[in-house]
Structures are given as structure tokens and as C-alpha cells.
Design a protein around this ligand. Structure first.
Ligand code: URA
Length: 428
């Protein structure tokens, strides 16, 4: 079959800082998905996009073409408003777990398609799989039924959703082209638009533990994604939130589930509660619900009731004991003072090396592995007090985890204050 365009011409246009036409973009995504553009050609094009960028019209068309590569879900028959949240990925980011049932308390359906972790950022499905019996893979019918009956579902995205992105993301991952704003924005938004949610709240992470290391980059990514959502008729808002230090006091799988359950029981770390409530308020407002009080629904057990139903509907036992790592080692404070820095990337890498994450897609994660923190920035610490506990089933991993944490902790004289603002900006 003769092709409409030549891949080398398309690469040259972007290499020379030109603009691709809508027809060229449609052909590129379609041809790559069916194998008519080779991986090495797509890798070259991705690098040209990373270096030279894309304009708004190109990004929008690229996203539409990725959506068109697969199926689109439709929740209109539910007769309820739908809302979803997407985080660009961080360390200790378990917010989806308490958030999805919390929003469902108010009659808004939450179809939360999530992923597994790769690298130092954890994956929501890996965390939930530490619950005995819980199942991530649901058919579209099972997902619809659960949304109608329980109101919230967290499950794996089916293979039919934006297949172009699956292929493209795997290629970007091994060619140093993940961190291109047009490619991140179109990757995330193609999946969210194809998923069929009516509204969307984006949690764009900023700081050492995130893709976006500074506020300007994060703002540009957030603006690009909000515009893509609005153009597609999805009511979209973004919060920019701090990922200089991990969220909460745990980074791992089972230990993050345990912390989420504490939040659903009305307790838990302050930062996890603050972000959960704020994102719930944004999701409910986007879905047209006014005067809801999500903080009260965490305190009085309504969110916990939905959580229990949501876990049971997917075969899990919400009351079962969670797996515990066989071995632990403690890291102690070297001096007295105020903890002013606890680096998110270092903690994420340590948790990953302990076995909580995977280096390759086919690796198996340890449910009990991770890092439990005993103090967060702002806390007064004394020399010799425990700062962190490292958890793993395989003690030979402790040395490499400790190495990752070298220089991660800064203790300053009493009276010092860390820069601890959690919510940095809002883009609508
Ligand atoms: N998450 C995605 O789904 N895609 C990206 O490109 C980056 C993060």
C-alpha cells in the first residue's frame, strides 16, 4: 500500500522547527500504531518535538489522533455526573485511594483508570494489589456496573484505550523523550478524554520527586492540559502541588494503603488530608455539586463505607491484614534541630530499591516494602531519634536504599522554617 506521507519528511519538518499539518499528524499517529513508521523514526521525531516543541494546534491534533487510535468510553447512560483526578506522579502519592470513595459519597461517579508504577513514582494499582483478593482488571461492563452500584472504581485502563499512547510511551521511556511538555500533555489527556469523564482535576506535581522540577515548567504543562480538556468538552482544572518532599509518612504499597485507611477513618497525616479534601472540593465543583463538605465525610465514616464497598466489589477484603515486610532497618537523626528537607526523589528511589517499585514492566513488586517516615519537614528532631524505617523482604537491598538517602535529610538550627506550602497554584 502506498503511504500518504514519508516519515523522513515529517521528521525533517520538526527538525527544522516547522509546523506539521493536521493531515501529517493524523497520518503519523495512525502509521506508527499500525507499524508503518519504525521505532527509530518515531524516536527521532519525538526528540525533534522535545527540542523544538509544538504549537497549540499541533498538540490538540496530536491528542485527537491518539484518542482516535482506540475506543472511547461513554458513561452517559449512568445518569450521574462523572469526575476524575489525574496526578502527574509523585512519591507517597496515595491520594486517589481516599479521594475516589470520598467524591462518590456526594453522588458523583468516579471512573478512575490508573496505572502501575515504573521508576521511582509508585503506581496506584500496585498499592491496591496489596489488599488480599483485589482485582485491577475489569471489563467495561463490570466497570459500568460498579459505577452505578458503588459510585467509584479504580481499575486498569483496558488495552483498547489510546493504543497509540501505549506504544509511544514505551518508546519515550527508553529514548530520553518523556519530559517533553507536548508529549506528556497529549499522552495524559488522550487517555482521560477517551475514558469519557465529564470533568477532570489535574494534580500537577512540582519538585524533585516530579517530572516538572520547577514552577514555570509545571504551569506550562498545566495550561496545555487544561486547554486540551476544555477544547474536548471536559471541564478541566489543575492544581500545582509541592513534590519536594513525599506526601504523608509512607512511600511503598501496603503501607500507603494503611495510611489511606487512616485518612478514611478520620485521621492520617495533615498533608494527605489537606490535599484529599482540596481535590475533592475541586472535583465536586467541576461536576456541578455545590455546598458539599468532604472533610465531614472523612470524619463521619461515609467515605469509609464507600471504600469498603469499592474494595469488596473488586474481590478484595478491606478488613484483611495487610502484608508486612519481613525485615526492617532504622535511620536515626544525626543531630538536634528542625528537619527542613526530606528529599522526595531520594525517598522514592530508596522505596523502589527496597522492592516497592519495578525497573522493568514485568518485575513483581513487594507488597510490604517501602519507607516509613517518622518526621516531616517542620518537625523538631533530637540526635538519635528514628527518622525513617526501611522495609523489605530482601535485606541485601538495605545498602543501596541507604545510599539513595545520602544527603536527603537536612537538619537546621532550631527556629528555622522549611518551605512547606503544599498547594502552589491553580490553573483553570
Ligand atoms: N503520565 C502519562 O500518562 N504520560 C506521560 O507522558 C507522563 C506521565
Amino acid at each position: 500500500m502506498s503511504e500518504q506521507f514519508d516519515a523522513v519528511d515529517i521528521i525533517r519538518i520538526k527538525r527544522d522547527k516547522g509546523t506539521l499539518s493536521p493531515e501529517q499528524i493524523d497520518w503519523t499517529i495512525d502509521a506508527y500504531t499500525r507499524g508503518a513508521i519504525a521505532d527509530e523514526q518515531m524516536a527521532a521525531l519525538n526528540m525533534a518535538i522535545l527540542l523544538n516543541g509544538m504549537d497549540r494546534t499541533e498538540i490538540s491534533r496530536w491528542t485527537t489522533a491518539m484518542i482516535a487510535s482506540g475506543e472511547r468510553m461513554d458513561f452517559s447512560s449512568l445518569g450521574k455526573a462523572t469526575s476524575d483526578k489525574h496526578s502527574t506522579g509523585g512519591v507517597g502519592d496515595k491520594i486517589t485511594l481516599p479521594l475516589a470513595p470520598l467524591v462518590a459519597v456526594f453522588g458523583v461517579a468516579v471512573p478512575q483508570l490508573s496505572g502501575r508504577g515504573l521508576g521511582h513514582t509508585g503506581g496506584t494499582l500496585d498499592k491496591l494489589e496489596s489488599i488480599s483478593g483485589w482485582r485491577a482488571d475489569l471489563s467495561n461492563d463490570e466497570m459500568m456496573r460498579q459505577l452505578a452500584d458503588v459510585g467509584a472504581v479504580i481499575c486498569a485502563a483496558g488495552a483498547g484505550l489510546a493504543p497509540a499512547d501505549k506504544k509511544l510511551y514505551a518508546l519515550r521511556d527508553v529514548t530520553g523523550t518523556v519530559e517533553a511538555i507536548p508529549l506528556i500533555a497529549s499522552s495524559i489527556m488522550s487517555k482521560k478524554i477517551a475514558e469519557g469523564t465529564g470533568s477532570l482535576v489535574l494534580d500537577v506535581k512540582v519538585g524533585s520527586g516530579a517530572f516538572m522540577k520547577n514552577l514555570d515548567q509545571a504551569r506550562e504543562l498545566a495550561r496545555t492540559m487544561v486547554a486540551l480538556g476544555q477544547d474536548a468538552g471536559v471541564n478541566t482544572v489543575a492544581l500545582l502541588t509541592n513534590m519536594a518532599t513525599p506526601l504523608g509518612l509512607t512511600a511503598g504499597n501496603a503501607i500507603e494503603v494503611q495510611e489511606s485507611v487512616e485518612v478514611l477513618a478520620g485521621g492520617g497525616p495533615e498533608d494527605v488530608v489537606e490535599l484529599t479534601v482540596r481535590l475533592a472540593e475541586e472535583m465536586l465543583a467541576c461536576a456541578g455539586v455545590r455546598d458539599a463538605d468532604p472533610a465531614a465525610a472523612l470524619k463521619d465514616g461515609r467515605a469509609m463505607d464507600v471504600w469498603n464497598s469499592m474494595i469488596e466489589a473488586q474481590g478484595g477484603d478491606p478488613r484483611a491484614e495487610l502484608p508486612v515486610a519481613r525485615e526492617s532497618e532504622t535511620i536515626y537523626a544525626p543531630s538536634d534541630g528542625v528537619l527542613v528537607e526530606l528529599d522526595a526523589l531520594a525517598v522514592g528511589v530508596a522505596a523502589w530499591r527496597l522492592g516497592a517499585g519495578r525497573a522493568r514492566k514485568e518485575d513483581v513488586v513487594q507488597a510490604g516494602a517501602g519507607v516509613r517516615m517518622h518526621a516531616k519537614p517542620g518537625a523538631l528532631v533530637r540526635a538519635g531519634e528514628p527518622l525513617m524505617t526501611l522495609l523489605t523482604d530482601t535485606p541485601e537491598k538495605f545498602d543501596r536504599a541507604r545510599e539513595a538517602l545520602e544527603g536527603a535529610v537536612v537538619i537546621a538550627p532550631e527556629g528555622s522554617r522549611p518551605d512547606a506550602q503544599l498547594i502552589l497554584d491553580r490553573i483553570a
